[in-house]
Write a protein that binds this ligand. Structure first.
Ligand SMILES: [Zn+2]
Length: 360
């Protein structure tokens, strides 16, 4: 474990109350207090006013976003935003959903601050009330933050949102039955009877949507390439829909990235506990987030209309997918009944099959 992996684990463990962080519970209060301290410790100043807490009320229920910013060299420029929600869906730890992403956002902010900051401010936004019954509703923390504190007040240059970024990707059982696997160490093919669902070739997968939201964003991913310790797979947000807090940015035409390792067997389950996360993968994601944020900040991102735009990203998706699957590429293609992912139709066919199998 790297030093960063250990620091990420410390935050995840501290955020993960045994009784969860559902809105209105003592666990939620504890998490809010812990995060208020942490956001200050990492070098943030309040996003607005004197407090990191941006409370709001909907139907007599109190909520609270926690938002700070790592000052840049020119705070007059529209800031970058890195965001994740801290509430939990059930009264259990919910480590992958979403303590892991919160820890990554905090440490990305800390490392950027320690290196002297960027040209632009980096807003660290820890959102409340992402989970049902608030999901995509008026009380959802990211909606309230954007509509109350951004819209018509301070434009956001670009946003990066994370959800479910703490776990290894493993193949769903239904898929593993039909798909032989190449042992990455020996190169030998072994059949489904012997297959290990935590195949090393797929463990480090990270899905990224949103590169279609601005033509410059494909260049951001392309410039970084496949980062150390990860296999990045860019894909269209429309394949999965708005799974998290990036929705409000997408709808308002803010260039965005959404990062996720997809759903897994512990999704929204009591078994989503800190001991099941891969902190080295989270450490790799933290470094990747810093690279993405830095490059997004350097790009002009001109030509925005305030409404969603969709740019063609097929070449980006195809080339990253080939690299991400590596030796498995041909086998996956055969399994999906296609020869390559060189058209939107074949790409859609493959993604639909993967989604049907639960790899999302
Ligand atoms: Zn959730």
């Amino acid at each position: 474990m790297t030093t960063l992996s250990k620091l990420l684990r410390q935050d995840v463990v501290a955020i993960c109350h045994d009784d969860g962080r559902k809105v209105g519970t003592p666990g939620h209060d504890d998490a809010r207090e812990y995060l208020r301290q942490r956001i200050s410790e990492i070098g943030c100043v309040p996003y607005i006013g004197k407090s990191f807490e941006l409370p709001y009320k909907v139907a007599h229920q109190g909520f609270c976003n926690l938002v700070g910013r790592i000052p840049g060299r020119d705070s007059k420029l529209p800031p970058l935003l890195v965001g994740a929600h801290y509430d939990s869906v059930i009264s259990f730890p919910c480590a992958d959903d979403n303590a892991a992403a919160v820890a990554i956002a905090l440490h990305a902010g800390r490392i950027i601050g320690e290196s002297g900051g960027l040209e632009r401010d980096v807003v660290v936004a820890i959102f409340d009330a992402e989970e049902p019954p608030y999901f995509q509703g008026h009380a959802m923390g990211s909606n309230r933050f954007y509509e109350d504190h951004v819209l018509g007040k301070r434009e956001i240059h670009a946003a990066l949102v994370m959800d479910l970024v703490g776990h290894d990707v493993s193949l769903p059982d239904a898929m593993s039955e039909g798909l032989p696997v190449i042992d990455p160490l020996t190169g030998s093919i072994y059949d489904s009877a012997r297959r290990d669902t935590s195949n090393p070739a797929l463990r480090s997968l990270l899905f990224v949507t949103g590169s279609e939201s601005h033509q410059e964003l494909t260049g951001v991913l392309g410039a970084i390439g496949q980062p150390k310790g990860l296999r990045v797979m860019p894909t269209l947000n429309s394949y999965v829909g708005d799974m998290s807090d990036h929705g409000v940015f997408r709808r308002n035409g803010v260039p965005y990235f959404f990062l996720s390792c997809g759903m897994w067997e512990h999704y929204h389950m009591p078994t989503d506990t800190p001991d099941r996360l891969n902190y080295d993968k989270m450490s790799a994601i933290t470094h990747y987030v810093i690279q993405m944020i830095t490059l997004m900040g350097e790009r002009e991102l001109a030509g925005r209309t305030g409404k969603e735009q969709i740019h063609d990203t097929l070449d980006l998706e195809s080339s990253f997918m080939r690299e991400a699957f590596g030796d498995l590429q041909q086998l996956v293609m055969r399994w999906a009944g296609i020869s390559d992912v060189d058209t939107r139709a074949t790409m859609s066919q493959l993604v639909e099959r993967l989604l049907l199998m639960g790899l999302r």
